[in-house]
Design a protein around this ligand. Structure first.
Ligand SMILES: Cc1ncc(COP(=O)(O)O)c(C=O)c1O
Length: 416
């Protein structure tokens, strides 16, 4: 099989092929991807997230030091001493697990405190926490919307939101396009009971910011609620790193603030923050919360400290932003296409899948860890090298990556 002729989407449904046949065909696809050295998935880290990471080469098996340009650990909190120590203390005090589901014995005092603290951090009355960000979005939406309702989604929202809207009516609007949003809401106005607009604060593949202020005005005008996913915004945007509502001075005005604990906060898990009645409702109707064992004490302990560190140590976010500004100015002056990116996520949009695969391979050989991204994760002809920055990257790290990108960009005729 020639893997360059297919995308990951092609093996999901194949007419007349049963599951094991599909898995065999997919295996052939992966084997050919590996033979071409274009397989950049599941590279194994021996040191954990950091600006530099020890990573096993998928091909030679050698463990080498790479500049890690693909982490969501924007503020390097995964290894922050205070965050580690708080997790260690909670582990020693409460043990390795919560022992049960939140409704039936698994709720610890540190879960309650974390819920209060994340709600306050996001300017909401209350919150509930889940063991994953994906589960948080998906299960909350499944509980909130049904057959008489409608979800109006930006076309680039995360898969967890799409999956959470399986029980309801769904319409997509063109990415960040307010006219398209308004047109859908106008038509939906009298047809559905609950109307909910769902957007990401910062888009994971594009690094751009949703115009949340205008989205709220339009949605509320047509009687729709707004839910924003703060996965890549928390810790990164807003004066104190509180995310998109703070960035637009809208704290307390967003109906539902969702997010993950796995990125800027450096651990794992997710949350939904809103008014206290909706949160109470979700505690009893969100099955992925209700009948799924509560977050480990160690994670809850670490996350409480992460929230404090974000406020106490603004220098981390300042360093992240000085890296963003430096990297962005240099990439733009070299002539790369970064779309509308304006945060720590840099999509280097190339559009030619073969070039993206080759550049991914070459960067890997140069010990620079990036993520090549293809359809269906992004639209066709929008394949890209996705890079994300951390506070801990030094100018030397950034310069090494910029030099490599300049050389490869010229070699593959992407920049002049
Ligand atoms: C925008 C967005 N929302 C939700 C999630 C899911 O979060 P988690 O990885 O914490 O499950 C992700 C993760 O990749 C994401 O990028």
């Amino acid at each position: 099989m020639d893997s360059t002729k297919y995308s990951l989407k092609d093996f999901r449904v194949i007419k007349g092929k049963d599951l094991m046949d599909r898995a065999s065909l997919f295996h052939d696809f992966i084997e050919d991807t590996k033979a071409k050295r274009h397989y950049q998935y599941r590279r194994v880290s021996y040191s954990g997230s950091g600006p530099v990471m020890e990573v096993k080469c998928n091909y030679t098996g050698k463990v080498r030091e790479m500049i890690y340009m693909a982490s969501n650990d924007y503020l390097n909190l995964t290894k922050h001493p205070r965050v580690i120590e708080a997790g260690r203390e909670a582990l020693l005090k409460y043990g390795a697990g919560a022992g049960s589901v939140p409704l039936l014995g698994g709720t610890l005092d540190i879960h309650c405190k974390l819920e209060e603290e994340i709600a306050a951090f996001k300017g909401c009355e209350d919150a509930l926490v889940y063991t994953s960000g994906f589960g948080s979005n998906c299960n909350s939406l499944l509980a909130m919307l049904g057959s008489q309702d409608i979800a109006v989604l930006d076309q680039y929202v995360h898969a967890s939101i799409v999956d959470g809207c399986q029980n309801t009516n769904v319409r997509y609007f063109r990415h960040n396009n307010l006219e398209a949003l308004e047109e859908i809401l106008q038509k939906a106005q009298n047809e559905y009971i609950t109307k909910m607009v769902v957007v990401d604060g910062v888009y994971s593949m594009d690094g751009d910011i949703a115009p949340l202020d205008k989205i709220i005005d339009i949605a509320h005008h047509y009687g729709a609620y707004v839910m924003v996913d703060e996965a890549h915004a928390t810790g990164v945007i807003g004066e104190q790193g509180r995310g998109t509502p703070e960035h637009f001075h809208l704290e307390g005005k967003v109906d539902i603030v969702a997010g993950t604990f796995s990125k800027g906060l450096g651990a794992v898990g997710g949350f939904i923050a809103s008014n206290s009645r909706l949160i109470e409702y979700l505690r009893f109707y969100s099955r992925g919360y209700m009948v799924s064992t509560a977050m480990t004490p160690q994670v809850a302990g670490s996350l409480r400290e992460s929230l404090k560190v974000i406020v106490d140590e603004p220098e981390l976010r300042e360093k992240l932003w000085s890296n963003i500004t430096y990297f962005r100015e240099n990439l733009l002056s070299l002539g790369f296409n970064l779309g509308q990116a304006e945060t720590a996520i840099f999509p280097i949009i190339i559009g030619d899948d073969w070039k993206v695969k080759e550049i991914g391979r070459r960067l890997d050989e140069m010990n620079i860890y990036v993520n090549p991204v293809f359809y269906p994760a992004v639209s066709r002809n929008q394949s890209r090298i996705r890079i994300s920055l951390m506070a801990g990257h030094t100018k030397e790290h950034l310069d090494r990556v910029l030099n490599a990108l300049e050389d490869l960009g010229k070699e593959y005729s992407i920049i002049p």
